[in-house]
Design a binder for this molecule. Structure first.
Ligand SMILES: Nc1ncnc2c1ncn2[C@@H]1O[C@H](COP(=O)(O)OP(=O)(O)OP(=O)(O)O)[C@@H](O)[C@H]1O
Length: 290
């Protein structure tokens, strides 16, 4: 459904932007260098990698927020370079870090942005708002609030509701849960998984957090410098067969960081501990009790 075909991106090297000053690769190294990648339809694909590896650049090529310097991005058989960017963005949802909500519009108005652009009637827009808020489990009383009156987790839910309101087949998500605490984050991840399986949306999700990638991704793509693909596959494939030292390091497999062991607890339950002896959980069933 989405194919990157030998795409490269070289940003102009004149200084100035904060991002360019802090993270830009050397002038001779493009942000994305000759990357080819197929994103499966109807699944969650996670683009993981460290800061500056080109994840956002790749993601934004899909909806033409970034134009490749060479190569092409094909969505549903069409080279996106030939598709009007406004039309493209109406059918591809986009959720960004810190929710990106319009501060002077209410929750309901934020969710209706794309339906409104699509010329949907006011009654239908109201229906969509109700439906989307239900879908992401937001209390309907929040509909008339402004973004500054929401918690971080609520704002992210509104961001997801807005991204889905145009009923897109593709949802692009750029570190959407990066700014919320671990408990809220884990709730949002669970909700995204269930939403995606119910709606069958093709989700492309960017994160630098490998735990998040392993938890969410049906298909995980780990990117090194200039978006070079170090490995792609399922979470199980990553953990059981890491392709190289870079992948092992990113997974925390080197130095025993992710190794798990079992120990019998004081009450006879089997406790799972990491290589440093820190408890990671309790086995629901173990040989002694089953
Ligand atoms: N508008 C821009 N102008 C110049 N350089 C840019 C621009 N946007 C990104 N870059 C550079 O391109 C490289 C890739 O950036 P990109 O944002 O795609 O990486 P990323 O993996 O998403 O990083 P992060 O996780 O920090 O967001 C970085 O070195 C960055 O500094």
């Amino acid at each position: 459904m989405i194919s990157f075909d030998a795409v490269s991106k070289r940003y102009p090297t004149r200084g100035g932007s904060r991002k360019a000053a802090q993270n830009s690769p050397p002038a001779d190294r493009p942000a994305v260098d000759d990357v080819s990648l197929d994103i499966p339809r109807g699944a969650i694909t996670v683009l993981a990698g460290s800061s500056g590896s080109g994840k956002t650049t790749l993601l934004r090529m899909v909806n033409r927020m970034v134009e490749p310097t060479s190569g092409r991005v094909v969505v549903d058989g069409d080279d996106v370079a030939g598709v009007d960017p406004v039309r493209l963005r109406r059918r591809i949802g986009y959720v960004m870090q810190n929710s990106g909500l319009l501060p002077h519009r209410t929750v309901a108005q934020n969710i209706s942005v794309v339906p409104q652009l699509n010329g949907v009637s006011r009654a239908e827009q109201r229906e969509t708002v109700t439906e989307m808020m239900e879908l992401v489990e937001l209390d309907p009383v929040l509909a008339s609030r402004y973004p500054s009156e929401l918690s971080g987790g609520q704002a992210q839910r509104v961001g997801v509701a807005r991204g889905l309101a145009g009923r897109p087949e593709i949802l692009l998500m750029d570190e959407p849960f990066g700014a919320v605490d671990p408990l809220v984050r884990s709730g949002l991840q669970t909700q995204l998984r269930s939403l995606q399986s119910r709606l069958g949306t093709t989700v492309v999700f960017v994160t630098h957090d490998m735990d998040e990638a392993l938890r969410l991704g049906d298909h995980i793509v780990l990117l090194g410098a200039s978006a070079q693909i170090e490995q792609q596959g399922t979470a199980e494939e990553f953990v059981t067969a890491p392709a190289n030292d870079f992948v092992r390091g990113f997974l925390g497999l080197q130095g025993g960081g992710r190794e798990l062991f079992t120990r019998t607890g004081a009450d006879g339950s089997v406790v799972v501990v990491d290589a440093h002896g820190r408890p990671a959980g309790v086995l629901a069933e173990h040989p002694e009790t089953s």
